[in-house]
Design a protein around this ligand. Structure first.
Ligand SMILES: [Fe+2]
Length: 385
């Protein structure tokens, strides 16, 4: 991420001797998600972050693809995903391709007896229901309804929830999740026309150094396999860090919608981008103000991307029978648009309270068994009058 942050104690010069009160050395770690060629952070551990003491049998957690290819509009009842006590068990991949996995989760309990690391994918966790704290080596990030948590791959984390009622939309991205290039200046500042700026980005706070010896299990996911790696030292033993690579939070409620005299195209809702997909936020906003404007979107041929809409809250004027947590998938190759009657109904409307997250993927998505289990039948034909 393009702005610099630091917490705790760090030496004046990087890669120099940095000593504990007893005279022994702290252990420096360079953390980046694109080798040595892009953003990185330097962390100072009390002990080397390398001391594996034993390993568990690997567990296969690959998504079970049920439909590899298809050409139909689909809809899924996201809140019908079963709640589970355990955070990792609760994660149910529904739509997947080689760029990203879209995952629904309703975890009931905080992670207490292990840590988690996704070695393959940056994670964007959208908090639909629930609140709590994400703790990493970088410090703490409190989260609540409407937050996007963006966690660079390789970050070791624990999540604690305030209560049992949590609903998450998680996007696992096999490339770094970035601020959109079009919002950034030459040196990485979010520019004036961007719908959010650095002040809206919440960085980790309250770095607590835990210097503990014992058996610390880090469940590490790589290529669809979960490896249980036990370490001799607590992973949150960092005394300080600085750099540009760290988890952060951004609330969808801080997204400033861009509106116009006539209908604005979806790229005005762009929030994050990665290789071959984008994330957009549809937020409460005033409608178009041309006297003859049609606020409902026009039909469009998304010939280059599968469009996934995740409905969060409010009214959804272009669709019938929308529920909270519903997902629609409009695949590349066939046009889609407002449901019958929605265009006329929208004329004269001044504002919308809709809140939704869109993920557009430039390669087709595959449907998992979990997705088929929560599918709304009949959606494909729901435009026929
Ligand atoms: Fe669309």
């Amino acid at each position: 991420m393009p702005h610099y942050h630091r917490l705790g104690s760090i030496p004046h010069k990087r890669h120099t001797q940095f000593r504990k009160p007893d005279g022994s050395l702290y252990s420096e770690q360079l953390f980046s998600t694109e080798g040595f060629s892009n953003d990185y952070s330097l962390l100072y551990h009390t002990w080397p972050p390398t001391q594996i003491i034993h390993t568990d049998e690997p567990v296969n957690v690959m998504p079970k693809v049920a439909e590899e290819k298809m050409l139909k509009h689909r809809s899924f009842e996201g809140f019908n995903i079963k709640a589970e006590d355990d955070f990792l068990k609760s994660r149910k991949p529904v739509l997947v391709n080689s760029d990203c996995h879209l995952v629904l989760a309703a975890p009931r309990q905080s992670m207490t007896d292990y840590f988690y690391k996704n070695a393959d994918a940056d994670e964007m966790i959208f908090i639909h229901e629930g609140s709590g704290t994400l703790t990493t080596q970088y410090g703490r990030l409190d989260f609540a309804y409407g937050d996007y948590l963006v966690i660079p791959r390789g970050t070791i984390y624990q999540v604690s929830f305030k209560d049992q009622h949590n609903r998450l939309l998680i996007v696992e991205s096999f490339s770094p999740i970035r601020y959109p290039k079009k919002y950034l200046g030459k040196y990485g500042q979010l520019l004036e026309h961007s719908p959010y700026c650095e002040r809206d980005i919440r960085t980790p706070q309250d770095l607590v150094t835990i210097d503990q010896e014992g058996d610390f299990l880090i469940k590490t996911k790589k290529k669809g396999i979960l490896y249980g790696l036990h370490y001799a030292r607590h992973p949150f033993d960092v005394v300080g860090w600085d750099g540009y690579c760290y988890p952060f939070a951004f609330s969808i409620h801080d997204f400033e919608p861009i509106t116009g005299r006539v209908h604005q195209p979806p790229p005005v809702h762009l929030t994050f981008e990665a290789n071959n997909f984008v994330v957009c936020s549809f937020c409460p906003r005033l409608y178009d103000y041309h006297p003859d404007a049609i606020p409902a979107p026009y039909n469009h041929s998304n010939i280059d991307s599968d469009e996934v809409l995740y409905y969060v809250d409010g009214d959804f004027m272009s669709r019938k029978n929308v529920t909270r947590g519903m997902i629609t998938l409009h695949p590349a190759g066939i046009p889609h648009g407002p449901h019958p009657g929605a265009v006329e109904k929208s004329i004269g409307k001044k504002e919308t309270q809709e809140l939704a997250v869109m993920v557009d993927t430039f390669h087709p998505l595959q449907l998992t068994e979990e997705a088929l289990a929560i599918e709304n039948p009949g959606y494909t034909m729901s435009w026929a009058e």
